[in-house]
Ligand binder design. Structure first.
Ligand code: HT9
Ligand code: FE2
Length: 383
């Protein structure tokens, strides 16, 4: 019997949905976009004005939509070249094309079994369950309109897939090469991700991964695994052992609520104080070079480093790297094969590829995974 896992068969799935954050595409979009993002989330007004200013510095245009269009193109190209017959759609949480409109279009096009790729590689409420809540909300709208409801599944977390990690090893090496030659050998690596409240970090991932006292649960453990993988690969490539640390960026929320620390800017200051000759910032927490990268790292943290006289460079995220598109194809085929196996239509479960110490993540979020502060319906998971 042929190995089903290597055949380009998406069966039982009939479409892939790229699900992302969305961003403004012009000055008039900025305020309505921020209203969408923060609806009922208690972000201080001062912070919103500040974030709006970041967008206006870039003409009111977030880079994220163009980057998702590129990823869409890369996915379609990869699928076509590999004989994978699976249409790819795109919908966002906070801006057009809105998820609800895309899902309605998918239902109208006759799709009944949809796989979802979220542009967030790690476990957290914001990066996982919130997208599942968005899916449940969109399905409820379709149901209210009397449309046939597709079944929706979400691809597993891909933070430790080689197609996500290896491109970042290359971009880290490229960022090292941008530093002045005499500073390169001693350069530190600062891996960055989005700060989240420590309470959200501690309850990230499945219940058995939850921690107490701000240790950070699955969210921090997964980022540390990726940081270590990249640091090890960079050492193997350059023959230089470099100090590295996982640090955070883009904090929001009220100051009295604890969020993951240290912030990248404080970290740069500390490294400078210790006499570090240079720093490479590696935004492992993000899938593309969107506003959190362009503003918080390339603008704010880079200005901080210049003020300190500390040379810095910044590694690119995976974006539309063909290896990432191939990773998505592999994950689609893997999940499809898993579903066929579960339905008794395949002789064996597929291989599940993962680097690092944590192993491949779950396919279906178990009950209690990345809980919301106030429970809401969520699709594509156990609860
Ligand atoms: C974990 C995480 C990711 C990574 C995973 C993922 O990608 O999902 C992420 C991505 C992003 N966050 C983004 C933008 C914003 N995030 C905000 C607010 C928040 N993010 C949070 C977490 C995350 N955020 C949290 C805990 C908040 C606080 C309140 C809340 O829970 O909502 C706010 C409100 C103002 C502010 O406080 O900054 C904005 C404008 C953009 C778009 C960038 C662009 O336009 O190019 C992207 C990709
Ligand atoms: Fe965010």
């Amino acid at each position: 019997m042929p190995d089903q896992s290597v055949q380009p068969a998406p069966d039982p799935y009939d479409a892939l949905l790229l699900l992302s954050f969305g961003g403004p595409e012009g000055p008039d979009d900025v305020v309505p976009f921020l209203e969408n993002v923060t609806r009922g989330r208690g972000i201080p007004r001062e912070r919103l004005k500040e974030v709006g200013r970041h967008y206006f510095l870039f003409g009111g245009v977030s880079p994220i939509n163009a980057q998702n269009r590129e990823l869409l193109h890369a996915l379609r190209k990869d699928f076509t070249e590999h004989g994978l017959d699976l249409p790819v759609y795109w919908g966002n949480r906070n801006w057009a094309p809105y998820l609800t409109d895309t899902l309605r279009e998918m239902a109208a096009d006759g799709h009944r079994r949809i796989l979802v790729l979220a542009t967030s590689a790690y476990a957290s409420y914001s990066g996982c369950r919130q997208y599942r809540e968005n899916l449940a909300d969109a399905l409820a709208v379709l149901e209210g309109e009397g449309l046939p409801l597709p079944r929706v599944d979400k691809l597993r977390h891909y933070f430790n897939h080689p197609g996500f990690v290896r491109p970042m090893v290359d971009t880290t090496l490229a960022a090292l090469a941008e530093l002045p030659e005499d500073r390169r050998a001693g350069a530190h690596l600062a891996f960055t991700t989005h700060s989240i409240p420590t309470a959200a970090a501690d309850t990230s991932g499945p219940v058995e991964a939850h921690t107490e006292d701000g240790e950070g649960g699955a969210y921090v453990a997964q980022h540390l695994d990726v940081a270590r993988l990249i640091a090890d690969a960079v050492r193997a490539e350059t023959g230089v052992e470099r100090p590295w640390r996982l640090v955070y960026q883009s904090r929001s929320g009220a100051p009295h609520i604890p969020w993951l620390e240290p912030d990248i800017c404080d970290h740069l200051e500390e490294l400078h104080g210790q006499g570090a000759p240079a720093v490479v910032m590696v935004p492992i927490g993000f899938v593309s070079d969107h506003m959190e990268v362009k503003y918080d790292l390339d603008t704010e943290a880079t200005a901080k480093a210049a003020e300190l006289g500390l040379p810095v460079s910044r590694a690119s995220t995976v974006g539309a790297d063909p290896r990432f598109a191939a990773c998505v194809r592999e994950l689609v085929l893997e999940r499809a094969a898993t579903e066929r196996f579960a339905e008794g239509r395949a002789a064996a479960a597929p291989e599940r590829c993962a680097l690092g110490a944590l192993g491949p993540s779950h396919d279906v979020c178990p009950a209690g995974c990345c809980p919301a502060r106030s429970p809401r319906p969520a699709a594509a998971g156990t609860d």
